[in-house]
Design a protein around this ligand. Structure first.
Ligand code: CO
Length: 227
C-alpha cells in the first residue's frame, strides 16, 4: 500500500505542464496578482467543482465552500472571505450556489443526526422551520430540492445583510449578489433570480425569488393557502 498519493502528484504535474504549454507564462502571470470578478460561495460537496462547472481558470474565481453553502452572520471564516473579496479584490458578483440533492440540506429536512455538523446544519433547519407550512405541501420526493433552493435564497439574503455588502452598496461600489442552484443530474446551473444590486432592492428580490420557487414546486397552490 502506498501512502504518498502518488497518482495525485502525477496528475498535478501533468496539469501544470499542460496549462503552461497551452498558455506559456500562465503561472508567472498569476504571481503578480489575482483579479477575480466573482466570489463563489458553494457547498463542499465533491460533485460540485466550482471552477470546472463555470469554465473559469485559476485566478478568475474566488471560492468559499462549506457544508450546505451557509452564510452565517457570526462565521468569521465566511465573513473574512466576503470582506477580502469585496474590499480588497473588488469582485463584482457574490454568487451563493446550492445544489440539488444536498446531503446537508436533506439531513436538516429530516432531522438526521450526523455529529458535530448537526450544529452547523441547524442553520438550514432554521430555513426549513421558516418555510415549514409550505414545505409540507410539496411532494415528498421533491422536498429536499425545494429546501435546497429556499436555502440558497435565504443564504443570499444573509450575504446581502452583512455589514460588508451593506457598506459596499452604501459607498456605491458595483456589487451584485446572486442565488443559483446546480443540478447534480444534468450538470446545469439555474438562476433562482435572487439578484440584488442594492440595499433597497433586497426584500423585493427575496420575496420574488421565494415566490418563484413556490410557483415551480406547487403550481396549483393559491398564494393565500400559505402563510
Ligand atoms: Co451539498
Amino acid at each position: 500500500m502506498t501512502t504518498e498519493l502518488k497518482e495525485l502528484f502525477e496528475n498535478n504535474l501533468r496539469w501544470a505542464r499542460d496549462t503552461e504549454t497551452r498558455s506559456p507564462g500562465f503561472f508567472t502571470g498569476l504571481l503578480k496578482q489575482q483579479a477575480p470578478q466573482y466570489l463563489w460561495i458553494g457547498c463542499a460537496d465533491s460533485r460540485v467543482p466550482a471552477n470546472d462547472l463555470v469554465g473559469l481558470l485559476p485566478g478568475e474565481l474566488f471560492v468559499h465552500r462549506n457544508v450546505a453553502n451557509v452564510v452565517v452572520h457570526s462565521d468569521l471564516n465566511c465573513l473574512s472571505v466576503i470582506q477580502y473579496a469585496t474590499d480588497m479584490l473588488k469582485v463584482k458578483h457574490i454568487i451563493i450556489v446550492g445544489h440539488s440533492g444536498c446531503g446537508g440540506v436533506a439531513a436538516a429536512l429530516h432531522d438526521t443526526r450526523i455529529g458535530l455538523a448537526d450544529n452547523w446544519i441547524r442553520h438550514v433547519q432554521d430555513v426549513r422551520n421558516r418555510h415549514q407550512a409550505w414545505l409540507e405541501m410539496v411532494d415528498e420526493e421533491q422536498r429536499v430540492n425545494a429546501l435546497c433552493e429556499l436555502n440558497v435564497v435565504e443564504q443570499a439574503l444573509n450575504a446581502c445583510q452583512t455589514t460588508i455588502v451593506q457598506d459596499a452598496w452604501q459607498r456605491k461600489q458595483e456589487l451584485v449578489v446572486h442565488g443559483w442552484v446546480y443540478g447534480l443530474h444534468n450538470g446545469q446551473l439555474q438562476d433562482l433570480r435572487m439578484t440584488v444590486a442594492s440595499a433597497e432592492d433586497t426584500m423585493t428580490a427575496y420575496e420574488d425569488a421565494i415566490n418563484l420557487i413556490r410557483v415551480r414546486y406547487t403550481p396549483d397552490l393559491v398564494p393565500s393557502e400559505v402563510d
